[in-house]
Ligand binder design. Structure first.
Ligand code: NAP
Length: 311
């Protein structure tokens, strides 16, 4: 068992990320007590039934009472409303963090509500699956994954270090990054790829020539992987695109330009162009494997990010 880093941790939202945090903190003995709250009675009941946290509260305000660390693990579009609700109940000296996939919009929405004497340290674990809800979490989700912190001006270094220690002990690697830079990087590495996956699955769905059963039956690696990504939570992803609008539109513009160049190479029979292009992209894939963020195994590294029994 590790050392207790925070006596009381409050998790607002009880889905994939909060659930995985609870299980990881519990496994390593990092919190004295873990209190949780989710919006719906159904989610609270499931969390209670499976013992996801030590105590469930009916309101977010009750959950943060006397908490030393508060984690906002709700869709990015509701972070501001949740922050407003809990603000009057925060203990002086407490730390509030979030796990939202977008940082600038969350900082703008949450910061104004944080009272003086409370630390706000925004964060984003680069770890996830297409599963959501209180039953989807698992203790090893963050192992060997990045967890980016985007401290706002005036974040106390000691408070940042304490949070970083908790995250590292859950198995993740911590790095600090500027929020605007974070949003651009994630638009490239996560947000736009998700939009492309949603689009590709949508295209297949619209093609009446290819019946649904054929698409599923002959689903090869490319399309199959798109469908996995396109199964991600609709609320979470709607909010990500609305809240990281500028960066996503910037990357989509670049993507469309590249796509037209490739389209033209195909039309003109320019095999040399296609070959050069694919040679460069292959090198990027090798770099990701060398960086330990995936494996070359035919399961596309899924065993690293998902619990046994989930595929
Ligand atoms: P999730 O499994 O869908 O869980 C979201 C939780 O938020 C649910 O428990 C939901 O409660 C609760 N919630 C929604 N609105 C609420 C409100 N107004 N007040 C209180 N609780 C509310 O989502 P998740 O995957 O854990 O994502 C949570 C956050 O982590 C998001 O900001 C997302 O961008 C970020 N993130 C996700 C991933 C990923 O791959 N999934 C990775 C990194 C970061 P109900 O069930 O009652 O609706």
């Amino acid at each position: 068992m590790g050392t207790v880093v925070y006596d009381r941790v409050a998790l607002i939202g009880l889905g994939l990320i909060a659930g995985s945090m609870s299980l990881a903190m519990r496994k390593a003995g990092l919190a004295g007590e873990i209190v949780g709250h989710a919006r719906s009675a159904e989610t609270r009941d499931i969390a209670r039934e499976i013992g996801l946290v030590d105590r469930i509260t009916e309101t977010a305000a009750e959950a943060v009472q006397d908490a030393d660390l508060i984690v906002l693990a709700v869709p990015v579009g509701v972070m501001g409303a949740v922050a407003a609700e809990i603000a009057p109940h925060l203990k002086p000296g407490a730390t509030v963090t979030d796990v939202g996939s977008v940082k600038q919009a969350v900082i703008e929405a949450v910061s104004p509500h944080i009272p003086a004497g409370v630390h706000f340290i925004p964060g984003h674990p680069l770890a996830g699956t297409e599963h959501s809800g209180p039953r989807s979490g698992f203790a090893t989700l963050f192992r060997n994954r990045w967890w980016l912190l985007t401290p706002v001006g005036g974040s106390e270094p000691a408070a940042v270090e304490r949070l970083a220690m908790l995250i590292r002990t859950m198995g993740a690697n911590v790095e600090e990054m500027d929020a605007a830079h974070h949003d651009l990087v994630l638009a490239v590495t996560s947000h736009t790829p998700h939009l492309i996956a949603y689009t590709m699955v949508g295209v297949a769905d619209h093609l009446k020539r290819i019946t649904e059963s054929e698409v599923i039956k002959y689903s090869a690696a490319g399309f199959r992987d798109f469908t996995r990504i396109a199964a991600s939570d609709p609320t979470m992803w709607r909010d990500v695109f609305l809240q990281n609008k500028d960066a996503v539109l910037d990357i989509l513009g670049r993507f469309t330009e590249e796509l037209f160049v490739l389209q033209r190479a195909i039309r003109m029979g320019d095999g040399a162009h296609l070959h050069d292009y694919f040679t460069r992209t292959r090198a990027i894939r090798r770099g990701i494997i060398e960086a330990g963020q995936d494996t070359a195994a035919p399961d596309f590294g899924r065993s690293l990010t998902e619990p046994p029994g989930k595929s």
